[in-house]
Write a protein that binds this ligand. Structure first.
Ligand SMILES: O=C(O)c1cc(=O)[nH]c(=O)n1[C@@H]1O[C@H](COP(=O)(O)O)[C@@H](O)[C@H]1O
Length: 235
């Protein structure tokens, strides 16, 4: 599908039926969709087939984090399922990321983007300190993103607050996927490092992950339309 928008709608629902009901209301030229831990745990891989049949590009967000062999095999199975994007945790380290990148390179005509999660957008400096990291989110994101790039990743998940810095440091082709997107005035929920859709694009983000501001809106389609309009996406 030739999608016009950088928005990826997080289908964070407890049942496959609810997610498909929402997907049928969305237009695959106006957004991509993300399948995360909640939806995948309830639906299994059938959800990927169902969303592909509706013509969506699918980001499989299971944030793999394990030994290199296990993650490389999991990433390979995800690519075989035809997903557009899959992610691993950068903190799994260089050997884990290299093994994953190699696994995808060995697939003929691989099209799946391999992305590493840096510092979760729900974390701030005090959260990092509690897990033993004495650095600002920006410093730690830079360190992990640099490692991810040199380990063969296509890009990273970070907050849009780090997009400008990463785009300068690692180049404009290194894909920046940014959750924690909140239109002005919307509830931040558990997200700490947030930006509006327009700010995130101006900062250099390539893709904007949006869940609750769309899925929990009184009118989800109108919420997506407004976000797309704020980005100048032709509707
Ligand atoms: O990898 C992700 O997609 C992700 C990484 C991250 O650092 N922060 C983050 O929020 N996400 C995901 O992005 C989505 C954000 O949802 P909302 O906060 O509802 O917009 C959720 O599905 C999260 O699992």
């Amino acid at each position: 599908m030739n999608c016009q928008s950088p928005i990826v709608v997080a289908l964070d629902y407890p049942t496959m039926a609810q997610s498909i009901e929402m997907a049928k209301r969305l237009d695959p030229s106006q957004c991509r969709v993300k399948v995360g831990k909640e939806l995948f745990t309830t639906s299994g891989p059938a959800i990927l087939d169902a969303l592909h049949k509706l013509d969506f590009d699918v980001f499989l967000d299971l944030k793999f984090h394990d030994i290199p062999n296990t993650v490389a095999n999991a990433v390979s199975v995800a690519a075989a399922a035809g997903v557009w994007m899959v992610n691993v945790h950068a903190t799994g380290g260089r050997r884990m990321m290299e093994a994953s990148a190699n696994a995808l390179q060995q697939r003929a005509d691989n099209k799946t983007l391999l992305i590493a999660v840096t510092v979760l957008t729900s974390m701030d400096q005090s959260d990092l300190l509690e897990v033993g990291i004495d650095a600002t989110p920006e410093q730690h994101v830079k360190r992990l993103a640099t490692l991810a790039k040199s380990s063969g990743m296509d890009g990273v998940v970070c907050s849009a607050q780090e997009s400008s810095m990463l785009s300068t440091e690692l180049g404009k082709d290194f894909v920046l996927v940014t959750p924690g997107i909140r239109p002005a005035g919307s509830d931040s929920g558990d997200q700490k490092r947030i930006m509006t859709p327009a700010e995130a694009m101006a900062a250099g983000s390539h893709y904007l992950v949006m869940g609750r501001p769309i899925t929990q809106a009184i009118d989800p389609i109108e919420a997506l339309t407004q976000a797309n309009k704020s980005l100048g996406v032709s509707l």
